[in-house]
Design a protein around this ligand. Structure first.
Ligand code: AMP
Length: 538
């Protein structure tokens, strides 16, 4: 028997309807790649999204059809989130940094019918057009120069519509967005976000243990709209009716200027973004912008970064998640005993990846068979699994589910769960090093190594060893103009990790390979050193 409450299908268009109705004149500011700026507001975003939905129908698109965006963060990209979902379509946010073969694969695999792109990515379109036979229309987000001769401009295209449109109706379990994983093994895999999962994820993101937006929040998300839906921030922000400041370029000087000028209170990005911002401020001899909240995720936030932000009076939230989890799994912010902690204890807490937000559950299982559930004792590390309504069940077009029988998705991460629910990530299951039957965390070795004053970046991989199975080798990039040798790195590590964890060799390299999302690519590093032999095994 049903209860007696009203029907309300969970569709993402509720977000833009609410924002336009309740915070219609809250601004959405964009700094474009050519240096110009535009200002619209939530009412304007909705008006344009309605026109876009009409324009897509005029092109012959039907519910379920896919539209790709190859774009940075800006107001027109935001319009397309709601315009595509509003006509029942699915927005495929493409990472422009993917390699050619991956771009070819994902656009064809998703069967995108329309591609909408920034003029700065015209070279990608020129390169890929012949390899994307199913794409029927190309539209350029930029009205000005840069786009190819004759390419349709987004403003002209939607400008031909009157916006007299009713959002398409459908199930709340319909897809509204698809993101592909960056594919560290094999082909990238598509994760289809549903209207319902997206709304639930955004609502959970609003809680004070997560993004905690208020009506006064002004957010500049540096995390790209093409990477795991910019962590769901545009949806959560629309629910709270906040002001957004977007920058279509990731230049720290521009970000800094926009943060000051627009009174930005909140920002979010991967550690490299924050690092670049620090370097900019140091070079200019200026303070960090007066933010209230800095969210860091996508890779582990280094201790020195957390310390610096906190010393500047900025609340740091360290988030963990993945494309497959929409992406927020955990967020670390002040805990109940925050006021009793010393500064160092607070930093140590934030260095961990935080606690699950309402809606998702975590557990760890043994790394050998993935069957035994491990205790949440703050000591035992295991393979991290997650389940919840915004966690992938089956990849797009896959024949089988990606979860265990009881619904757990294996993240590929290795972590420790603490009694208070805090997750401490220690490695990836494929990167953790097995030595003499015991596990060594490659990430912990890397994190410790980057604390060395002459080390810019470090990556650790396990190399075959006849006696121990595997032993760690550390690859190090020195800071420009700095000298250090293997002995000094080992000496530096020796009071930070267990003796038997110390790398068997430290090799100095000019660079370490990265994935399209800026993470260290151990797969490429292993391939580069496929012929490497440990010193005592030659
Ligand atoms: P992606 O799907 O590209 O967002 O990558 C997800 C992966 O990034 C996770 O499985 C983790 O390995 C890593 N990751 C995300 N957030 C963090 C974090 N806060 N600390 C350490 N690793 C992270």
């Amino acid at each position: 028997m049903l209860g007696a409450m009203q029907d309300w299908t969970m569709r993402v268009t509720h977000v833009v309807d609410h924002a336009a109705r309740e915070a219609g004149n809250r601004e959405i500011v964009t700094r474009w790649a050519d240096g110009s700026e535009t200002r619209t507001n939530w009412a304007g975003i909705r008006r344009d999204a309605l026109k876009m939905a009409q324009a897509l129908e005029r092109l012959g698109l039907k519910p379920g059809d896919k539209v790709a965006s190859i774009a940075m963060n800006h107001s027109r990209h935001l319009v397309s989130w709601f315009g595509v979902a509003g006509m029942g379509g699915v927005l495929h946010t493409v990472n422009p940094r993917l390699f050619e073969d991956q771009l070819e694969y994902i656009v064809n695999h998703a069967e995108d019918r329309v591609v909408i792109y920034d003029a700065m990515f015209q070279p990608i379109i020129d390169l890929m057009k012949d390899r994307w036979p199913k794409v029927e229309h190309y539209i350029c987000f930029d009205p000005g120069p840069g786009r190819a001769e004759g390419a349709t401009s987004f403003e002209d295209w939607i400008g031909a519509e009157d916006g007299d449109y009713r959002w398409a109706e459908g199930s709340e379990r319909d897809p509204c967005m698809i993101c592909y994983t960056s594919g560290t093994t094999g082909n990238p895999k598509g994760v289809q976000y549903e209207h319902r999962s997206t709304l639930m994820h955004a609502m959970a993101g609003l809680q004070s243990a997560a993004f905690a937006f208020s009506a006064a929040s002004v957010m500049l998300p540096v995390v790209p709209m093409f990477h795991a839906a910019s962590w769901g921030l545009p949806y959560a922000g629309g629910m709270a009716g906040i002001k957004f400041v977007f920058s279509a370029v990731n230049d720290p000087a521009v970000l800094h200027e926009m943060m000051i000028k627009e009174g930005v209170t909140d920002s979010a990005g991967v550690p490299t973004v924050w690092l670049a911002h620090f370097q900019y401020c140091d070079a200019e001899g200026i303070d960090l912008p007066p933010l209230k909240v800095a969210t860091i995720g996508g890779s582990a936030a280094p201790k020195s970064m957390i310390e610096r932000l906190m010393k500047s009076g900025i609340r740091v939230q360290h988030a963990w998640g993945m494309t497959e989890t929409s992406p927020i799994g955990t967020v670390g912010g002040p805990t109940h005993d925050w006021e009793q902690m010393s500064f160092d204890e607070k930093v140590a807490k934030i260095q961990m990846q935080g606690r699950p937000i309402f809606g998702v559950e975590l557990r760890t299982v043994d790394l050998d068979n993935f069957t035994k559930v491990l205790p949440r004792d703050g000591k035992t590390s295991g393979a991290l699994q997650i389940r919840g309504p915004w966690v992938v069940k089956r990849y797009f077009k896959a024949e089988e589910d990606a979860v265990t029988e009881d619904g757990w998705f294996d993240t590929g991460d290795v972590g420790i769960l603490h009694p208070d629910g805090t997750l401490q990530l220690t490695d990836r299951t494929k990167d953790v090093i097995k030595s003499g039957g015991e596990w060594i965390s490659s990430v912990e070795l890397e994190n410790a190594a980057v604390g060395h004053p002459a080390v810019a970046e470090a990556a650790c991989i396990g190399m075959a060893h006849p006696r121990w199975d595997e032993r760690p080798v550390l690859f190090v990039v020195r800071k420009p103009g700095q000298e250090c040798d293997a002995e000094s790195v080992i000496a530096f590590l020796s009071d930070k990790v267990a003796k038997w964890w110390l790398p068997d060799a430290v090799e100095f390299v000019d660079d370490i390979p990265h994935t399209a999302t800026g993470k260290i690519s151990k797969k490429d590093l292993r391939a580069r050193f496929a012929d490497y032999r440990l010193p005592d095994t030659e």
